[in-house]
Design a protein around this ligand. Structure first.
Ligand code: PAF
Length: 277
C-alpha cells in the first residue's frame, strides 16, 4: 500500500493503475461504515484509492474542525488489511494553497436540511470532492447513505458538471443497538452514547407509523419530535420528511421519502436517516 501526500505524485501514480479505479473519500478516523465502502470498492475494482483529508472548508467557524478525531496510524493499518492500493493523505496547504479561490456550488438541494443548519458546508464538500475526482480520476466513488444529502448533492454535481464517473451509495452501517456508525460517536460519553439511541428510535417509529398506514407527514414529524423530546440530553436541530430526490418537505408521505434528522446529544451533533420506499 502506497501512502501519498503530494498531488503531483498521486496524479503520476494514477496513470499506472489498472482500471476501473475505485475511490473512497474519507476524513479518517475510520469505522466499519468506511470499511464497508472500501470492501465494496475492492470487490468492484482492480485498483482502490482511499483519501484521508479532514477538509477545513466544510466546517463552519463554530464547528469541530480542531477537535475532529484523528488517528492516521490506526487508519493506515486498517486500510492495509483491506488491501487498499493507495492512500492519498494531502496536507491542507497542498489542497488549499494560499492563492486558492475557486469553489464548486450545487444549487437548491444544498439549501435544505444540513445546508440550512450548516451554511457553506456543502460548498466545502463539493469543492473538495471535485478536487479529489480531478486528482484521482476514479471510475467509481463510494459514499455512505448515512450522509444521505451529501450523496444526493454529489450525484447532482456529477450529473450537472458531466463528470465521468459513477457514484455508488451503500447502506448505513449500524452498531448492534441501531446507532449509525460515525466518527463523531467518539465524542459521546457513556450516558450520551445511550441517549444517542433516540435518533434510531425516532426513525424506527416513523417507519412503524408509515407501515401502519400513516400518510400524514406532519403527524409523523410530531410523533418523532415528541419521542426525542423525552430524552433530556437530546436537542433537536431538525426532523424532516422530504421527497428523496428534491428534498422538498412533504405534507403527504409518498415514497421514496427521506426521513432524516439532526439531533445534538450534549455537545455532539449527530445525523441519521432512513428511506421509505
Ligand atoms: O463524508 C465525508 O467524510 C466527507 O464529507 C467527504 C466526502 C470525505 C468530503 O470531505
Amino acid at each position: 500500500m502506497k501512502e501519498i501526500e503530494k498531488i503531483d505524485e498521486m496524479k503520476r501514480l494514477r496513470q499506472q493503475l489498472a482500471e476501473p479505479v475505485g475511490l473512497v473519500p474519507t476524513m479518517g478516523y475510520l469505522h466499519e461504515g468506511h470499511l464497508a465502502l472500501v470492501r465494496q470498492a475492492r470487490v468492484e475494482n482492480p485498483s482502490v484509492v482511499v483519501s484521508i483529508f479532514v477538509n477545513p472548508a466544510q466546517f463552519g467557524p463554530r464547528e469541530d474542525l480542531k477537535s475532529y478525531p484523528r488517528d492516521p496510524e490506526r487508519d493506515l493499518a486498517l486500510l492495509e488489511k483491506e488491501g487498499v492500493d493507495i492512500v492519498f493523505m494531502p496536507s491542507v496547504a497542498e489542497m488549499y494553497p494560499a492563492q486558492f479561490s475557486s469553489w464548486v456550488e450545487v444549487g437548491k438541494i444544498t439549501e435544505r436540511l444540513e445546508g440550512a443548519s450548516r451554511p457553506g458546508h456543502f460548498r466545502g464538500v463539493t469543492t473538495v470532492v471535485a478536487k479529489l475526482f480531478n486528482i484521482i480520476q476514479p471510475n467509481k466513488a463510494y459514499f455512505g447513505q448515512k450522509d444521505a444529502q451529501q450523496a444526493i448533492v454529489i450525484k447532482k454535481m456529477v450529473a450537472d458538471l458531466n463528470m465521468n464517473l459513477e457514484i455508488v451509495t451503500l447502506p448505513t452501517v449500524r452498531e448492534p443497538d441501531g446507532l449509525a456508525m460515525s466518527s463523531r460517536n467518539a465524542y459521546l460519553n457513556p450516558q450520551e452514547r445511550q441517549a444517542a439511541l433516540v435518533l434510531y428510535q425516532a426513525l424506527s417509529l416513523a417507519e412503524q407509523l408509515w407501515s401502519q398506514g400513516e400518510k400524514d407527514a406532519e403527524r409523523i414529524r410530531q410523533e418523532m419530535t415528541a419521542l426525542i423530546q423525552k430524552q433530556p440530553l437530546a436537542e433537536i436541530d431538525y426532523v424532516s420528511i422530504a421527497d428523496a430526490k428534491t428534498l422538498d418537505e412533504l405534507d403527504r408521505v409518498s415514497p421514496p421519502v427521506l426521513v432524516s434528522l439532526a439531533v445534538r446529544i450534549g455537545k455532539t451533533r449527530l445525523i441519521d436517516n432512513i428511506v421509505l420506499e
